[in-house]
Ligand binder design. Structure first.
Ligand code: SF4
Length: 195
């Protein structure tokens, strides 16, 4: 019998953040995370066990090949069987990970969002990625310079405090102007109130 995967939700929307902003994407959200970041709004503990075949059937109505494995922390759940099933279905597999667990081979796009600044125990298990996406709360960004990444994004944290958010956005804009190898990532799905 094949593996099952604990899924919180599967939905179709546009990617709101980072390199693929605006891209129609199938989101597969796994349940739960090994970390407890202070700003987290996506731990999503509830879930249903699904097989790879069940997942493929669930996403069949949606035409975009772009699949985003997200969470929670998807690396706690995924394996080669799921990667092969998604590739067999013609999908491009992107993952959003906190980088604390090794990933199975074959993922097409790794978006790594390091969390060790807030949680010392969040030691990285990966050192390179396609896209580095740093949630910015005012930390010194030179700490990320050793990470190999084809694309670097700074994403001002949504703190829930309008004044603090504005300050973080201003600092992020100035940082990108001084460091043009970095780009600004905004949570555009929140602006237009889509999932
Ligand atoms: S790694 Fe992501 S999902 Fe996990 S607690 Fe931190 S922000 Fe939330």
């Amino acid at each position: 019998m094949g593996s099952t995967y604990r899924i919180n939700e599967i939905f179709y929307s546009l990617q709101g953040e980072g390199f693929f902003t605006g891209t129609a994407s199938v989101f597969i959200r796994f349940s739960g995370c090994n970390l407890e970041c202070p700003f987290c709004d996506t731990r999503h503990e509830e879930g249903t066990e699904m097989s790879a075949r069940g997942i493929i059937e669930a996403i069949s109505p949606w035409p975009s090949p772009h699949v985003v494995l997200t969470g929670g922390e998807p690396s706690l759940f995924i394996d080669r069987e799921l990667v092969e099933a998604l590739h067999g279905d013609g999908r491009f597999i992107a993952i959003e990970t906190n980088g604390t667990n090794p990933l199975p081979e074959g993922i097409d796009w790794i978006t790594y969002s390091p969390k060790q600044f807030w949680l010392p125990e969040a030691e990285p298990a990966i050192t390179e990625c396609d896209e580095l996406k740093v949630v910015y709360t005012g930390q010194d960004l030179s700490r990320y310079s050793a990470i190999k990444a084809a694309h670097r994004f700074i994403q001002p944290c949504d703190t829930g405090d309008g004044d603090r958010n504005r300050k973080l956005i201003e600092e992020s804009v100035e940082f990108c102007k001084r460091n043009p190898q970095w780009r600004l990532s905004l949570q555009t799905h929140k602006f237009i109130d889509i999932k």
